[in-house]
Design a protein around this ligand. Structure first.
Ligand code: XIL
Length: 393
């Protein structure tokens, strides 16, 4: 109850913050930022401990204590702050967190000149309190690009677009210098299948050079941040994998400050383990840090487009749940086996509960792709993952 009252107050503060006038985009030096606004309620450490014990059946160890590399969860920070059980799971299991949507351009800058920081500031505070690495996702993505940007670019052209891209990245990354450890600088720059560059707004306006530019400006804004290229299907589509690896080599050869490669790893039960093993081995050769950045394992079929799901499995059985556990276990073992320790940036789950998974609304199917069920209890998949982390290879 106490949390609810605190949260209500913070929600009101949040609304007020979002209604205050915003600073203009500056052509050169970013304007002085507003002080950071934190939405997180003060929870005493003892209370957190109670929540952990309550929610996790007295088992004190979480995934983060078992692995030798960071284990992450992608979260909606408001949901985490409102939901005690979800919060306890997040704190107990993850030493890295990513935001599902709050660091995307449509959340940070939905309208011209209206930078919105409150939720990111909360993420920063939450991750600090809980000793979690904060992973930034994502600076440039085609999906959900705010409409006003395309409209502005249509009248102001290429030079404006290039300047905007640089200002946006500089402003966001420098504001959180030293607080956000790493960024997915560019997300999904290649087509879903095959090896072609995706014809995004950025590509069409600036050519493929937008990718290198984005990395350079992010590096200037925070020289210590790890900078990732992130994509999906590269664990299973060899043509796409090779195209991405070639881009990585080109970027490195040109001196672009890329330090990591993210495999989203939204896989299905029928995704070939051999293909994944091959992809991880090839990726390791780049010498980059390798992040499994958005892990989930889907039972049904989907075609990578919004609404493109096909409900094949209607009911879960213990056999299916066990098969999913084995798939999770094997994936972790492959990651440990094929990615050298110094390149293991970690494994991050996307949403991590079947209640909250993005797969259901996005592909419009009922699926169970994560390690916690609808009641936020651990599934066999959770224990499969633990075995993958703990067992000898
Ligand atoms: C998804 C979010 O989880 C959804 O809530 C949102 O509606 C769409 O984006 N690849 C990515 C993530 O890089 O940003 C996507 O997240 C999932 C696929």
């Amino acid at each position: 109850m106490k949390y609810r009252i605190q949260l209500a107050c913070f929600a009101v503060i949040c609304l007020l913050i979002n209604c205050t006038p915003k600073t203009e985009i500056q052509a050169t030096e970013p304007a002085k930022e507003t002080p950071k606004q934190v939405l997180i309620p003060a929870i005493q450490e003892a209370e957190i401990e109670d929540l952990l014990i309550e929610s996790a059946g007295n088992e004190k160890r979480g995934l983060k204590e078992i692995g030798e590399f960071p284990i992450g969860g992608a979260v909606d920070i408001m949901k985490v702050l409102e939901d005690e059980k979800l919060r306890a799971i997040t704190i107990r299991n993850f030493n890295s967190i990513t935001s599902t949507n709050d660091m995307k351009m449509y959340s940070i800058l939905p309208k011209k000149n209206q930078y919105t920081w409150a939720k990111i500031d909360s993420l920063v505070a939450f991750s600090k309190r809980n000793n979690q690495r904060l992973f930034g996702h994502t600076l440039l993505w085609h999906h959900g690009l705010p409409k006003w940007i395309e409209e502005e670019a249509a009248t102001k052209g290429k030079a404006w677009t290039e300047r905007f891209l640089q200002e946006y990245i500089y402003r966001v990354v420098s504001r959180y210098r030293g607080e956000i450890a790493a960024w997915d600088v560019v997300n999904e720059a290649f087509e879903s299948g095959g090896g072609a560059y995706r014809e995004t707004f950025w590509y069409k306006t600036l050519g493929k050079g937008y990718i290198a530019k984005a990395f350079h400006v992010a590096h200037r804004a925070d020289p210590d941040a790890d900078l990732f290229y992130n994509d999906f299907n590269i664990e299973q589509d060899t043509a796409k994998l090779h195209a991405v690896l070639q881009m990585v080599e080109e970027l490195k050869a040109e001196g672009t400050p890329i330090t990591g490669l993210g495999f989203q790893m939204h896989i299905r039960m029928d995704t070939s383990d051999e293909a994944i093993a091959y992809a991880l081995q090839q990726a390791a050769k780049t010498g980059l840090k390798i992040h499994i950045s958005e892990l989930d394992i889907i039972f049904n079929k989907h075609n990578d487009s919004e609404g493109g799901g096909e409900q094949v499995i209607k009911v879960l059985s213990p056999t299916l749940l066990q098969a999913q556990a084995d798939k999770y276990e094997n994936l972790v073992k492959m990651y440990r086996k094929y990615i050298p320790k110094e390149q293991q940036y970690g494994i991050t789950f996307w949403d991590f509960t079947d209640r909250d998974t993005w797969v259901r609304p996005f592909f419009k199917i009922l699926d169970w792709p994560t390690i916690f069920n609808e009641q936020l209890e651990r599934k066999p998949a959770y224990y499969g993952f633990v075995k993958g982390l703990a067992e000898e290879l």
